[in-house]
Design a protein around this ligand. Structure first.
Ligand code: FAD
Length: 291
C-alpha cells in the first residue's frame, strides 16, 4: 500500500516508533508493536539513527514485522548524509525484497566525530535517487518553525519545494506545540507552490527529560500554556504525563477541526500514551473534514 493514496480517502493517522539501542535486543520493541497494532493506525514509521554505523537492519526488521505479522503498512526512515550510494543501493534492495514500499527520505542529523559520506548533501538528492531506482512512495520532512540550519523560513520552504518537485509525495512535520505555527507554515508552503499533503507531527510530552531533549535538539518553542504545565507538575510524573496527553489531544482536535491532512504521532514507543490519545480522538478523526 502506497501511503500517498490514503490521503485521498480520509484524514491519515499514523505513528512513529524507533528501534531499541544497539546494546538492547530487538525483541524488546515487539511488545510495543503488538500494543500499537491494536490501535489500527494507517501506517507506522520506523526511524533509522544517523551516523551510518549500521545498515538499517533493525529498522528493516521492525518494518518487516509490522507488515508481515500485523498487516500494518510500514514506512522506513532513511537518512542519507553518512551513506555512500552503494550503501543506499543495498538498503533500497533490501527494502524492495521485503516489500517495504514507503520511505521517509531524510538528510539525517550531523553526528559529532562522524564524517559525511558526501554522496548526498541534501534530502532532495536522495528523493531523486530513490525515485530513479524503484517504485517507492517517498515522503519528506518539513519544519514549521524553520529547520535550525536554514537562514529563514522562506529559504527553507524554497528548498522544501525542490524536495517536493524531486518526488516527495507527502510531508511530515517536525514536532510543534503551537498550532498557529503550523497553520502559518502550511499557508506559506501553499503560497510557494507546495500542494502535497502535510501531516502534522505531534509529540505528547510526558516527562521532563523529553522536554529538555526537544528544546536542545529541535529548537521547538514552548508556549506559555505548555511551560506552565511543566513547571506546575514537573515533580509529579503521573500528573505531568496526563497533562502532556491532554495537551496533545487538544492540539490534535484543533488540527482535525481545521482539516489537517494527517496526524503523525511521535509515540516514543509508549503504547499507553498512544492508546489514550487514539481513544480520545478516534471519533473526531472519523468525522474530520477532508480539505
Ligand atoms: P533537508 O531537506 O536536506 O534540509 C536540511 C537543511 O538543508 C535545511 O536547512 C534546508 O533548508 C537546507 N537545504 C535543503 N536543500 C538545500 C540546497 N539545495 N541548498 C542549500 N540548502 C539546502 N533523522 C535521522 O537521522 N533519522 C530519522 O529517522 C529521522 N526521522 C525524522 C522524521 C521527521 C518527521 C523529521 C521532521 C526529522 C527526522 N530526522 C531524522 C531528523 C532530520 O534528519 C534532520 O532534521 C536533518 O537535520 C534534516 O533532514 P531533512 O531531510 O529535512 O534535510
Amino acid at each position: 500500500m502506497k501511503i500517498k493514496n490514503l490521503f485521498h480517502q480520509h484524514t491519515v493517522f499514523s505513528f512513529e516508533v524507533f528501534p531499541p539501542k544497539k546494546t538492547t535486543p530487538i525483541e524488546t520493541v515487539y511488545d510495543t508493536l503488538e500494543a500499537l497494532q491494536d490501535l489500527k493506525p494507517d501506517f507506522i514509521s520506523v526511524t533509522l539513527g544517523a551516523g551510518g554505523s549500521g545498515n538499517g537492519e533493525n529498522t528493516l526488521a521492525i518494518a518487516r514485522r509490522l507488515r508481515e505479522n500485523y498487516g500494518i503498512t510500514p514506512m522506513a526512515h532513511l537518512p542519507c548524509i553518512h551513506y555512500t550510494k552503494e550503501q543506499i543501493d543495498r538498503i533500497l534492495a533490501q527494502f524492495q525484497e521485503n516489500g517495504i514500499e514507503n520511505i521517509l527520505a531524510l538528510r539525517g542529523d550531523r553526528v559529532e566525530g562522524v564524517k559525511p559520506a558526501n554522496d548526498f548533501i541534501h534530502a532532495a538528492e536522495l528523493v531523486t535517487y530513490i525515485r530513479e531506482r524503484g517504485d517507492f512512495d517517498i515522503a519528506g520532512a518539513c519544519y514549521p518553525e524553520c529547520h535550525p540550519e536554514a537562514a529563514n523560513l522562506d529559504t527553507d520552504i524554497r528548498y522544501l519545494k525542490e524536495k517536493v518537485d524531486a518526488g516527495a509525495s507527502h510531508l511530515i512535520t517536525q514536532l510543534f506545540f503551537e498550532n498557529n505555527t503550523f497553520y502559518d507554515f502550511r499557508y506559506r508552503a501553499a503560497r510557494a507552490g507546495i500542494h502535497v499533503p502535510i501531516e502534522a507531527g505531534i509529540m505528547p510530552v510526558t516527562n521532563r527529560k523529553q522536554i529538555e531533549r526537544m528544546v536542545t535538539t529541535c529548537g521547538a518553542s514552548l508556549p506559555r500554556k505548555f511551560t506552565k504545565i511543566v513547571q506546575r507538575f514537573e515533580n509529579n510524573p503521573e500528573a505531568l504525563r496526563d497533562a502532556g496527553i491532554a495537551y496533545a489531544i487538544d492540539q490534535i482536535v484543533d488540527l482535525l477541526t481545521d482539516g489537517v491532512d494527517g496526524i503523525h504521532l511521535y509515540t516514543m514507543n509508549n503504547p499507553y500514551v498512544a492508546r489514550k490519545i487514539t481513544e480520545a480522538v478516534s471519533g473526531i478523526l472519523k468525522a474530520a473534514p477532508l480539505c
